[in-house]
Write a protein that binds this ligand. Structure first.
Ligand SMILES: NC(=O)c1ccc[n+]([C@@H]2O[C@H](COP(=O)([O-])OP(=O)(O)OC[C@H]3O[C@@H](n4cnc5c(N)ncnc54)[C@H](O)[C@@H]3O)[C@@H](O)[C@H]2O)c1
Length: 200
């Protein structure tokens, strides 16, 4: 499958690399040119045991690329994962600041082509998927998409093994079509009998 990660931080880079290792074609997008230049030069901006080897292997095998060009990446994607930061709000009320999520949603909206599943991978409060869908529709009323949720529980320092051998994978979907896309993405884990939890 053709998958885009928007946000190439800890979660985006580990998830994108592990999806490439599953056999998918991954484009990791970030707005930080320095970070993308580093990755394209073969340097890994975070320390995570084993990640450098997996990135190099999947780049060599043509399944993993890094870019700042969101437009070129999103067109033709089966799924676009939002893995941008959700820092605690500066208001001091304990809520997450969803500015990056909403900005990325609006940026990607214009470039959607064909049916695409937008997946919240970032840690976000209940109701965010609806807000993401609203923003995409505002920018591109013709877009054919679903928004799904797939929270990440990896721990820094053990991120690759946490991702490759999770207790379970949790997905939240409102359509069977979106569920099927996520099932196809996670099929390699399913084949090793990882439960896929789809709360209704
Ligand atoms: N780091 C962890 O251990 C961990 C574990 C589980 C869940 N999470 C959650 O996952 C999410 C991402 O966390 P992280 O640690 O990877 O964050 P991070 O800050 O390391 O990376 C986020 C990246 O998104 C990029 N970005 C922001 N807006 C963008 C845009 N519009 N277009 C392209 N790129 C954009 C930033 O430049 C940055 O590189 C957060 O919601 C976090 O709470 C993190």
């Amino acid at each position: 499958m053709n998958i885009i990660m928007i946000g190439t931080g800890y979660v985006g880079l580990v998830t994108g690399t592990c999806f490439a290792e599953f056999g998918h074609h991954i484009t990791c997008v970030d707005e930080l040119t320095d970070k993308i230049d580093q990755l394209n030069a073969g340097r890994i901006p975070i320390y995570e045991p084993g990640l450098d080897t997996l990135v190099a292997k999947n780049r060599e095998e043509g399944r993993l690329q890094f870019t700042t060009d969101i437009a070129g990446a999103v067109a033709g994607a089966d799924a676009v994962f939002l893995a941008v930061g959700t820092p605690t709000s500066r208001r001091g009320d304990g809520y997450a600041d969803l500015t990056y999520i909403y900005e990325a949603s609006k940026e990607l909206a214009l470039h959607l082509q064909g049916y695409t599943v937008i997946v919240d991978k970032s840690t976000v409060p209940v109701g965010t998927a609806r807000q993401v869908a609203r923003r995409i529709k505002e920018v591109n009323p013709e877009a054919d998409f679903d928004v799904a949720s797939n929270p990440e529980f990896l721990r820094e320092g053990a991120a690759i093994s946490d991702f490759m051998r999770p207790d379970r994978v949790v997905i939240g979907v409102e359509s069977e079509r979106a569920e099927q896309v996520l099932r196809d993405i996670y099929k390699p884990l399913y084949l090793q009998e990882t439960p896929l939890s789809v709360p209704r």
